[in-house]
Design a protein around this ligand. Structure first.
Ligand code: GDP
Ligand code: IMO
Ligand code: MG
Length: 409
């Protein structure tokens, strides 16, 4: 059975925590998009891991994890991460693989990423990891894949510094290389997870272009870039927070007002630890945007939602969520493509009552306070999508499962 886990907002929804949690029952975990721009946090008791490239199943000694075809891989960052894992007692050798169709991020891509940003009138706010350049090189058919590392003809297209770099890393990279499609076909009867990076609204096609990342972070990427066809994907899970965050620039209709809501913003940022895992940047915060979430569900055929960070609202008397936009005086209930429209969108907010108690110890859905269940019910009705998992803390134990994604419908 194949289950995809994608972000349903602008990234950092808690995908790492959820993939780590669900990986207990999986044998193979494939990360299908992005590169070292991602930062996935896993907390187990006193231990915390921040993963950028390696799929979030790696902490289990018996799982095989694969960096998929849709990824762009910086070898220096990868081996630094694998080194960190080994130092912390995670024996990864023999169970971390890379799709031979995945692309390499060359050092000059990082420099080019930064200089392109510096030249933009409205910078995107990239992570500076060379991600956009790597995907541009891939699209222009000038990229280098794992499969090309010993191909002298392909090397002729490169600059001397690139060749040197590739020669320095290829003997370490190539032993990890697999033909992903054959590998997954050979393990057809296992439970496999397809871990997304970024989120639906940072997807190159469905996101808030041009303020997006450059990969296919939506469910379509899980199939094509995860090495299986779309009809082999059994279920799509969309992870979202009780509120919204965004890192970098771009429209964000529900963003807290820096004048009137700065206290609330700082409270959410501190309580939810909303600082970038990759760049340390404070994340922009705002209320949940249900218009955007419903769009993410539709654009990605999300079968069920995973609500995270519900505990962050524990102490609030009331809170709000956006149910429509007003754009230049007109009521709009769909998520517009135009950045101009989104920037002009004023959220129409609905108020919810808080529960004023800690959710951290709650493990059964029925034990959640009525007010929390009311919020869950409203989101389900609005998005017409079931919320099957609720996360009430960062530790893997702080998770309420209403319905396991491994059960077939
Ligand atoms: P990812 O990129 O989607 O994997 O998410 P990040 O790891 O970048 O950011 C999510 C942050 O929230 C991390 O610090 C997680 O440890 C934390 N987290 C995940 N789920 C929850 C939750 O339900 N409640 C709280 N309070 N924190 C959570
Ligand atoms: P995870 O997997 C949040 C954002 C950047 C920037 C834009 C483009 O942890 O959810 P890039 O370097 O990719 O060209 O930057 O995308 N971004 C993320 N924001 N979480 C991420 O990953 C992100 N990966 C990229 O902040 O706005
Ligand atoms: Mg993250």
């Amino acid at each position: 059975m194949n289950v995809a886990v994608i972000g349903a907002q602008w990234g950092d929804e808690g995908k790492g925590k959820i993939v780590d949690y669900l990986a207990t029952d999986a044998q193979i975990i494939v990360r299908f998009s992005g590169g070292a721009n991602a930062g996935h946090t896993i907390v187990r008791g006193d231990e915390q891991f921040a993963l950028h490239l390696v799929p979030s199943g790696v902490l289990y000694p018996d799982k095989r994890v694969i960096l998929g075809t849709g990824m762009v891989i910086d070898p220096e960052a990868l081996f630094a991460e694998l080194g960190m894992l080994a130092e912390r007692g995670i024996d990864w050798e023999g169970r971390v693989f890379i799709s031979d169709r995945a692309h390499i991020v060359l050092p000059r891509y990082r420099e080019l990423d930064k200089s392109m940003e510096a030249g933009r009138r409205r910078p995107i706010g990239t992570t500076g990891r060379g991600i956009g350049v790597a995907y541009a090189m891939k699209s222009s058919r000038d990229g280098m894949r794992l499969a090309d590392l010993y191909d002298d003809e392909r090397m002729e297209n490169l600059e001397p510094g690139d060749v040197e770099f590739i020669k320095a890393w290829r003997d370490r990279l190539s032993p990890l290389s697999v033909d992903l499609t054959s590998f997954l076909a050979a393990h057809r009867n296992t439970y496999s997870l397809f871990e997304g990076a970024q989120g639906a609204l940072l997807d190159l096609d469905s996101g808030t272009y041009p303020f997006v990342s450059s990969g296919m972070s939506g469910a379509g990427g899980a199939a094509s870039q995860g090495g299986i066809g779309p009809r082999r994907l059994d279920k799509v899970l969309g992870v979202f927070k009780a509120y919204s965050t965004r890192v970098g620039n771009g429209p964000f209709p529900t963003e807290f007002d820096p004048d009137s809501q700065s206290g609330l913003c700082q409270f959410i940022r501190d309580t939810g630890r909303e600082y970038g895992v990759t760049t340390g940047r404070p994340r922009r915060c705002g209320y949940l945007d249900l218009v955007a979430l419903r769009y993410a569900c539709l654009a990605n055929s999300i079968d069920s939602l995973v609500l995270t960070h519900l505990d962050v609202y524990d102490t609030l008397e009331t809170f709000e969520a956006c149910v429509a936009y007003k754009i230049r005086g007109k009521l709009v209930e769909h998520f517009p493509a135009s950045v101009r429209d989104l920037s002009d969108a004023e959220p129409v907010l609905r108020t919810f009552r808080g529960w004023k108690r800690s959710l951290k110890e709650v493990r059964e859905y029925d034990e959640l306070p009525r007010e929390a269940r009311d919020y869950v019910n409203f989101i389900e009705e609005y998005t017409e999508t079931a919320i099957d998992i609720v996360s009430v803390g960062y530790d893997r134990r702080d998770t309420i499962v209403r319905k396991s994604p491994w059960t077939r419908y």
